[in-house]
Write a protein that binds this ligand. Sequence first.
Ligand code: AMP
Length: 285
Amino acid sequence: MLAHTIEEVREKRQEWKGLKIGLVPTMGALHEGHLSLIKKAKEVCDKVVVSVFVNPIQFGPSEDYDKYPRTLDKDYELCTKEGVDLVFAPSPSCMYPEGNGKLSNDTLTYVCPPFFYVNKLCGKTRVGHFDGVCTVVLKLFNIVQPDLGFFGQKDAQQVIIIKKMVRDLNVPVKIVQCPIVREESGLALSSRNKYLSEEGKKEALVLSRILNNIKACYNKGITDVAALKETAYGFLTDKHDMEYLEILDRNTLEEKSKADKDSIVLIACRVEGVRLIDNIYLGEG
Ligand code: AMP
């Protein structure tokens, strides 16, 4: 079933009282990465809801909100194939009615995650991004009232912040984190890969190569974070515009001077002007 309004979702939710509900929040343009979350949700829940919503308030003014791929018919077809019980595809004005699709001056309450978690990695260049993400996720949790919410490790900073949000605000939703799905080449699947040319997709392999190489160096016994980061430069050419490469604690995002089994390596790099992110755990997943 496809729902565009909150009322329709609430009605379904009422029908499903007592069942275990899973929510997979997405911005659509679904690929195998999203489908892996849906499959996991199908495995452990009685009913699965997928939201498809390109959330305007998590995009900065110079970002790709307008050109972000929107393929609802195809997404709905894929969801139906996977046995999804409800696809919730609201309009911006359904989610933000007071501001006609945006936050308005009258919006009193939104989620503003702590500076420590947002003043680094993606939050450094995408100012306000995680306010937008947390606000929409909390709204979706309140609308769908799932027992479990499914998120990808692909957006590692996002899932860490969302875990803290549900803990801090006593939101009764268990966050399930799912591994990164990649193409055979190693490229992490992303809706934004659609913007890349064939050549660009090859250049984009630099992200996973840098990550894998750092992990290989770590496995050989190099733990000095500065030395590990240094190894990236051998891979970069003028086709790659690196935004960040960090090795942090995978639970707290704290900086370390020595990498260990709890470290995560995170990278953001532009290829053909497309901003791509990826990450890898140095210890066991
Ligand atoms: P998005 O539509 O990009 O907002 O992503 C929706 C959800 O899918 C997020 O929890 C992402 O982390 C997850 N996701 C996106 N790409 C992948 C991937 N390649 N592997 C696993 N999960 C992913």
